[in-house]
Design a protein around this ligand. Structure first.
Ligand code: NAD
Length: 434
């Protein structure tokens, strides 16, 4: 099938590349000329395992191309995916500026009937709005149909998730659009949930809201475990064995960040307000996460009282391992607080350092290895659970640091492995080891 994908970010690029891998002819359109010129050369502007190989293979096979030109990109396409960003607006609601701009360009340049598929996470009712907005600007002889196909990939394993996800959701109020999307998606060989437009939009928000709530729930339990002398590891494994609960998203830590959970939880709270319904459970989940992001600095201050002039190694900056994405990463808030207390921050991240330098305060010094970051440090804070950080040998902390005190915001290590190592270890929801 001839497919266009509008927006070549995490979702659009992975969608376009994976659809081309399945044998479709795909053109990806973006307004960012630098991104498009990198992509034309087979270079991925984002770090995602396996993506660049698939990108180069499919450019080579002639299945995949890139353009900034909407007219060229939409030419002869039957299926057009919209995958532009829907960031958080000032009042917490989803900002649809990019969606509006993409729809305007689409309507100006579409010359044939097509099915428009929204991949972006959009508030309930937005697809109907998109349909009206585009159709009303098109010549009378061109007809579009609309479908929602929300995306569930996780950054850091985006290509894997596209081919091995739990389900594909397609929603439309038009039978022909549903059938076409079912046919295209059948090649992924995953369970397909077919539903109406509004329910598909809602499934995405409800899923993210549930996962964010599950994280805030276990973080709240972790905070209580600390006060009551319990160990949250045992609590979550004991809970997770119950199939009604499940063990995923039950790892305590310094809270969620990233480009989705923070904005999507706030967007659904805002949608509730508009519908005159108070989302009290979600509001609490968001509040717990706000506190949790900086809880590690509270632990530092409790242990040291004054960190002015102390060298603090920050290990991991990306909002999670496997990605270079810094959007809403807890490291942003943690480093700000450390600097405000007068600490000298030396940070290391295997892939996110370039992106971090664009948004973190200028005083931070960047190291090119864990060793370099912790060398002579008075304490180290783990903020992202990269394998490289989890596998770093205990002896080396003692060897390199001025003072081997480790604050682990991601509970990377089992307590029985640390006891006797000579490293002072503070984590989330578990007793400290001194
Ligand atoms: P992104 O910011 O990484 O990428 C968006 C891309 O759209 C950018 O390359 C930008 O240049 C481009 N763009 C903006 N306006 C455009 C226009 N008018 N025409 C063409 N291109 C345009 O965003 P993302 O992380 O890929 O997210 C996209 C959507 O998918 C959002 O709604 C997000 O909530 C949702 N989503 C994201 C993830 C994720 O893990 N990142 C997962 C599921 C769903």
């Amino acid at each position: 099938m001839n497919i266009a994908v509008i927006g070549t970010g995490y979702v659009g690029l992975v969608t376009g590349v994976c659809l081309s891998e399945l044998g479709n002819s795909v053109t990806c359109i973006d307004i960012d000329a630098d991104k498009i010129s990198m992509l034309e050369k087979g270079q991925s502007p984002i770090y995602e395992s396996g993506l660049e190989d698939l990108l180069q293979n499919n450019i080579g096979r002639g299945n995949l191309n890139f353009t900034t030109d909407y007219e060229k990109g939409l030419y002869d396409k039957q299926l057009i995916y919209i995958a532009v960003g829907t960031p958080q607006g000032e009042d917490g609601s989803a900002d649809l500026t990019y969606i509006n701009k993409a729809c305007e360009s689409l309507a100006r340049n579409l010359k044939q009937d097509a099915i428009i598929v929204t991949k972006s996470t959009v508030p309930v009712g937005t697809n109907e709005y998109i349909m009206k907005k585009i159709q009303s600007s098109l010549p009378q002889d061109i007809t579009i149909k609309i479908a929602s196909n929300p995306e569930f990939l996780r950054q850091g394993s985006a290509v894997h998730d596209t081919f091995h996800g739990d389900r594909i959701v397609i929603g439309s109020d038009d039978e022909e659009a549903l059938e076409t999307l079912e046919r295209i998606n059948a090649d992924f060989n995953l369970p397909i949930v077919k539903t109406d437009l509004r329910s598909a939009e809602m499934i995405k928000y409800a899923s993210n809201a549930f996962l964010a709530t599950k994280l805030s729930f276990i973080n709240e339990m972790a905070n209580l475990c600390e006060r009551l002398g319990a160990n949250v590891d045992s609590v979550s494994s004991g809970m997770g064995m119950d199939k009604r609960i499940g063990s995923s998203f039950l790892n305590a830590g310094i809270g969620y960040g990233g480009s989705c959970f923070p904005k999507d939880t706030r967007a659904i709270i805002s949608a509730g307000k508009d519908a005159d319904y108070h989302m009290s459970l979600l509001e609490s989940a968001v509040d717990v996460n706000e506190r949790q992001k900086v809880i590690i600095v509270d632990k530092v201050m409790e242990r040291f009282s004054n960190i002015s002039g102390k060298k603090v190694a920050v290990l991991g900056l990306a909002f999670k391992p496997g990605t270079d994405d810094m959007r809403e990463a807890p490291s942003i808030y943690v480093t700000e607080k450390l600097l405000a207390e007068g600490a000298v921050v030396h940070a290391y991240d295997p892939v996110a350092a370039d992106n971090a330098q664009k948004i973190l305060p200028g005083q931070i010094r960047y190291a090119s290895s864990v060793e370099e970051a912790i060398d002579g440090a008075d304490m180290a804070l783990i903020l992202t659970e990269w394998n490289e950080i989890k596998e770093f040998p205990w002896e080396s902390y003692k060897e390199h640091m001025n003072n081997a005190v480790l604050f682990d915001g991601r509970n990377c290590f089992r307590l029985d492995n640390i006891a006797g190592s000579g490293v002072e270890y503070h984590s989330i929801g578990r007793p400290a080891i001194k």
